[in-house]
Design a binder for this molecule. Sequence first.
Ligand code: ADE
Ligand code: ZN
Length: 326
Amino acid sequence: AERTAFIAGLPKAELHLHIEGSLEPELMFELAQRNGVAIPFASVEEVRAAYAFANLQDFLDIYYQGMGVLHTEQDFHDLTAAYLARAHADHVRHVEIFFDPQGHTVRGIAFGTVIAGITRALDEAETRHGITSKLIMCFLRHLSEADAEATLDEALPYLDRIDGVGLDSSEVGHPPSKFQRVFARARSLGLKIVAHAGEEGPPAYVHEALDLLKVDRIDHGNRSLEDPALTRRLAAEGICLTVCPLSNLKLCVVDDLAAHPLRVMLGAGLVATVNSDDPSYFGGYVNANYQAIADALDLSRAELITLARNSFTGSFLDDEAKARHL
Ligand code: ADE
Ligand code: ZN
C-alpha cells in the first residue's frame, strides 16, 4: 500500500502508448453501436475473455479488429480523451502517443479525421490537466515500405502536429532494414525516430534500428541484453528503452515478471522506462505497470525514482521543459 502511494505520487511521462490499444471494451461497444459496426462479442466479459495471447501476433489480430469501431473524428477524440483522463489520474505529466494511421486508412477513414480527433483531445488535456504531449506516427512493418512512403506523403499536411515516426506490428521477418529509405526521408523532414525492436526480434534488429534507421529511442529492446556489446553501446549512447512489463507478460515475452530484465537493464546503466503499451489489452495503465514490476522485482524507491526520471530524460521534450520536470 505504501509502495502504491509512492508510485501514484511520482510525476512521470509515458513514452510507449498505442492510442488504439487504450480502447476499453466498454467504449468499443459504445462506438460499435454508434457506428453500426458488428463486433463478434456479446458482452464486455466476452471481450475480456478473448484477451489471452500466446505471442505478439495473437494480440495484433484482435487489436486490428478492435480498432475497426473507430470511424469519426469524435470517436478518435473520445478514445484519446479517455486515455488522457486515466493518465492524469496516474500523475502522468507528459505523454508521447503512438497512432497507427494505416490501420484506419485501409478501412477508408481519412488521415485528417484521425489526426483531428486525436489532437483535439491532446489540446484539451493540456488546457484542462496541464499534460503536454507529442504525437508519433507508426508504420506497420508487416506492410510494404511503399505503403509506409504513401503514409508519410499523407502526413505531410499535418507535420505541425506530428513529432516523430515509429515502427510497430509483427516484428520477426520484418527487420528495420526494410524501412531504411522511408525513415531517412522522415529524418530529413525533422521528425524524431523510434522503432519497436528486440521485443520478439533478435538483437540484430536493435543494431539495425540504431545503424540504419538512426533511432532516437528503442521501443521494448528486451532482447538487447543477449548481446553484451549492444548493451554497452546503448548505455554509452544513453539510448532510452521504453519497456512495457505487463505487455511483456501478456505477450509471453517473459514467462514471469520475476524473470523480467528491467532490473538488469538499470544495473547495466540503461535509460529504461516503464510504460503501458496497450493498457486495455494488457490489464493496466502506467501505474499498474510500475506496481507489478516493483512487486515482482522488489524495486527500491531509488530505482522507482530513476525510472520516473528516465521517462523525462528519454522524452522528446526540449531541454528547458525537461529541466522543469527533473
Ligand atoms: N502494436 C501495438 N502494440 C504493439 C507492440 N507491443 N508491438 C508491436 N506492435 C504493436
Ligand atoms: Zn508497442
